[in-house]
Design a protein around this ligand. Structure first.
Ligand SMILES: Nc1ncnc2c1ncn2[C@@H]1O[C@H](COP(=O)(O)OP(=O)(O)OP(=O)(O)O)[C@@H](O)[C@H]1O
Ligand code: SF4
Ligand SMILES: [Mg+2]
Length: 369
């Protein structure tokens, strides 16, 4: 289960390395991101927005959890969605999973608008294509039943063509794919007889049973011990490389994003701050906020100028916002326009975009001196 490695620490969830630290070498994708003959991304969003009404009466306000997010995920690609707590990552996952309805904007799967989905059959088909794996492996499996129950139920619902014997054989095959071996034995166990890592593998097995195109993995490893975490990260790259599944990997942890992802999308306060190829973005972040995030992960190869202790604030809860950059209260580069105009996400380099009035393609930002 352990892979040898060395150049990147995997810190504990949500923060800089502490306690036991395991080091990792980046996992390169062995698949072409877009298979020959394919056109366009697997999934894309256009201006995706989700607001929540909060308070009541005279104290009624609008919380902008996600605002105007346009992102894309290619076939056979792992995209890491990173950002501080409350930046809107899970809300995006829930929008993509069709748990939430967008306030505005649109989601397209292989070019097809999600808002056009009306029938239960189409919704079920979409949920098979885009299942979700949750953060807490202890709460995502029904403790009352053997683990075979969940996966066989899922197979019955999403693949009704299979006979009972075929369902059983398929459940064993999938369990072995996700490293739960011997499958016949593990399927007969109750959830409390499995470790946290094994339970999270059951979560991936249940997703895989649907023959997904894209798995939405919302902090799938953050509650696991560091050494177990690496096994799960490797499982995700295996699903990409061998099963051809795309993954939206949501995390606070830049190091693990770098380890497995092909591209990264950095969120700040409901907006995309920066996006692009993971190595490029993390080695030369153009947005001051990305610099700040990267600075928490020591990396001798990146020429970064941001010191972790120069952070000067907390991410805002975005309530009834006025125009302007949402990072302006923490940003030493802020100029007048940053207080008045929300910076658009602009492509500065091929496939590398940033939403910052002062970021440019070649200038190395020195946001924090
Ligand atoms: N159902 C809801 N009702 C009201 N506010 C919500 C709801 N869901 C999310 N929010 C708010 O939307 C914002 C974004 O939340 P979200 O859970 O997407 O953040 P996150 O980036 O996933 O954070 P974390 O890293 O802590 O999981 C937060 O301010 C949160 O309080
Ligand atoms: S737009 Fe202005 S405030 Fe926002 S990150 Fe860029 S320089 Fe800083
Ligand atoms: Mg979340």
């Amino acid at each position: 289960m352990t892979e040898p490695t060395t150049d990147q620490a995997v810190p504990s969830a949500g923060g800089p390395p502490r306690g036991r630290v395991v080091t990792l070498r980046k996992k390169q994708s062995r698949r072409p991101v877009a298979p020959p003959g394919s056109t366009g991304p697997l999934l894309r969003t256009e201006g995706l927005t989700r607001h929540f009404k909060i308070g009541g009466g005279l104290h009624r306000h609008t919380l902008h959890a996600v605002d105007d997010v346009s992102l894309s995920i290619g076939a056979g690609e792992i995209v890491a969605l990173v950002g501080e707590s409350g930046s809107g990552k899970s809300t995006i996952a829930r929008l993509l999973a069709k748990i939430y309805r967008p306030t505005a904007g649109e989601i397209f799967l292989q070019g097809r608008r999600l808002s056009a989905i009306r029938s239960r059959a189409d919704l079920l088909a979409y949920r098979s294509d885009v299942p979700m794996v949750f953060q807490d492996p202890f709460s995502s499996i029904n403790p009352v039943f053997r683990v075979s129950h969940g996966i066989e139920r899922s197979l019955k619902l999403h693949r009704p063509d299979l006979s009972r014997a075929e369902r059983k054989a398929e459940a064993i095959r999938i369990f072995e794919v996700v490293g739960l071996t011997p499958g016949t034995d593990v399927l007969e166990r109750f959830p409390h007889e499995l470790s946290g890592g094994q339970r999270q593998r059951v979560g991936f097995a249940q997703a895989l049973a649907m023959r997904p195109k894209l798995i939405l993995a919302d902090e799938p490893v953050s509650m696991l011990d560091v050494s177990i975490r690496i096994g799960l990260l490797n499982l995700m790259t295996k699903l990409r490389d061998e099963e051809g599944v795309s993954i939206l990997y949501i995390t606070h942890d830049i190091a693990s994003a770098r380890y497995i992802a092909d591209r990264i999308v950095v969120m700040y306060a409901g907006h995309i701050a920066e996006s692009g190829p993971v190595e490029d973005v993390l080695a030369r972040p153009r947005h001051p906020y990305t610099q700040l995030l990267v600075s928490a992960v020591p990396d001798p190869r990146a020429e970064l100028s941001v010191a972790a202790d120069t952070d000067r604030g907390e991410p805002p809860r975005v309530i009834d916002p006025t125009p302007g950059c949402r990072f302006r209260w923490r940003c030493p580069l802020a100029i007048e326009i940053c207080h008045q105009v929300t910076p658009p996400l602009l492509e500065l380099l091929p496939d590398h975009s940033a939403a910052c009035h002062v970021a440019t393609a070649d200038a190395e930002l020195k946001a924090f001196g």
